[in-house]
Design a protein around this ligand. Sequence first.
Ligand SMILES: O=C1O[C@H](COP(=O)(O)O)[C@@H](O)[C@H](O)[C@H]1O
Length: 263
Amino acid sequence: MGKQPNLYSFPTVDEVAAHLRTYILACQKAALLRHDAFKIAVSGGSLPATLTKALLVAGEDEDSGPQFSKWHIFFADERAVPLDHEDSNYGLLKKDLLDKIPEEMGKPQVYPIDIKYLNETQELADKYQEVLMASFAQKDSVRLPVFDLILLGCGPDGHTCSLFPGHELLREADAWVAAIEDSPKPPPRRITLTLPVVTHAHKIAFVATGGGKKEILKKILEADDEGRSLPCGLVNEAAGEKVSWFTDRAAVEGVAFPRRGSL
Ligand SMILES: O=C1O[C@H](COP(=O)(O)O)[C@@H](O)[C@H](O)[C@H]1O
């Protein structure tokens, strides 16, 4: 690995959210300068609630806030369920964030899965890959999409997106979006961005809070043999300093990590 990921940890989840806001707005600014759009992928789980705390508050005077009308929101992973199902990552983001965005803040363009293909997981993944291609691959020569920012969670087993420890999908080198039929965490059928797509993004942020994440974060951030081989560890190894971890203190209690930063 080249340079190490950054670790930003704060006493409370509210402070995590406030600093995550600063970071996301810096990513937005860079993206708007690059191509007048902000293309991101978001995860499910505990992330959408923290995102809402981060984005739907009044910022500092000099902070012009999220320009949602320029945002293109894709999903880092999705479960093969209807969009209004309680397991749907889209459904969760809609309930926690999208439905709460005041009209005057603008409307993001959101890219959910195509529910016509719910019963055929590979087809669902292929169709989602086509959605990414339409947005990212204006030229045939594009090998991988480059998201401006990918926002990730870290499961207590070290999984991220729907990439699980020891799973063969961790070796997927060609597809942008892959199907998984045997997720160890329910529901079993899902689609996920692949590791090369995640690590190719301009910036990658993990958000992990709560004492329940302490043991796994110790392995991942201290990068012992097991930690380096976990999906989150593989992202750290491949993407290095492009990666930032946002945690509360409870999640990193006792973790020895050399590169703690301040935003
Ligand atoms: O199943 C999933 O879990 C991960 C981690 O969730 P968390 O609640 O531990 O933050 C999540 O990032 C992923 O999108 C989701 O499908």
